[in-house]
Write a protein that binds this ligand. Sequence first.
Ligand code: UTP
Length: 292
Amino acid sequence: MAFQKIRKAVFPAAGLGTRFLPATKAIPKEMLCLVDKPLIQYGVEEAVAAGCTEIIIVTSRGKSTMEDHFDKSPELEATLAAKNKTALLEVARSVSKLAKVTFTRQPEPLGLGHAVLMAREIVGDEPFAVLLPDDIVDAATPCMKQMVEAFHETQSTILGSEVVEGDAIQNYGCLDCNPDPHNPRLLAVKHLVEKPRPAEAPSQNAIIGRYILTPRIFEMIEGITPGAGGELQLTDAIKALLEHEKVYGYSYEGKRHDAGDKQGFLRATVELGLKHPALGPDLRAWLKAQSF
Ligand code: UTP
């Protein structure tokens, strides 16, 4: 097989975001603002830092603000230019210049596997990245960049993974795996178990919202039947892929925030707010002065 690069990144963003109601009644979850930018922008920046040049966002009805966000905004730019607000002008412009961003629709939220399948035509016959926009990974080397580097070694499907504590494994896909003898961050996957009972979990290695998938996954998604909640589960398709190809976990370096639920989002806001170069110092001083 010829050496393959990861050029395209798919962002499933067509879900209903019910855990965030009422905020998500009219605003897409992926557009909720964490500190000073929408969730999806963190993921897109990470994919671009990993070398991806084409971003494919899977959307649905009522989510057109994502299209506006990554498009040029001539009126805003003209106003900022007229007022000589050059720094803000650069901020506004840079978002639309991040990458080529295309959109495709998922007509109904039939599951993560189904959302990925919607990108098949645009992805074509090459390996690609998938990033779930509500998993925000704060890392010195962006998480997807770490995974792309590992992919250069394996040329196989790679699932972002982290060790979770205790019973938390029941909320994730779980890896039954062995560490690779040459690269301790790579885990050779033998089997996957979706949301196992803690006593039955083969490990504490959970799958997070970062994937590099080979194009054969599309065939696998088409071959599976709806699983939990009547949805086409990406994990079931990866299980099917395991029968044909090698699959690895990748124990990334960094800290993940689950910004897909309210508590995780609040914690991410505080932690990333404190790390923000312009806002952090004041926020820290203010927090210290409070007697909550
Ligand atoms: P989630 O399960 O976290 O998102 O899926 P959700 O379904 O929108 O949220 P809740 O559980 O109702 O609160 C992870 C990602 O996959 C996308 C979601 O938009 C989210 O970014 N997704 C999920 C789809 O694009 N299509 C689907 O059918 C399901």
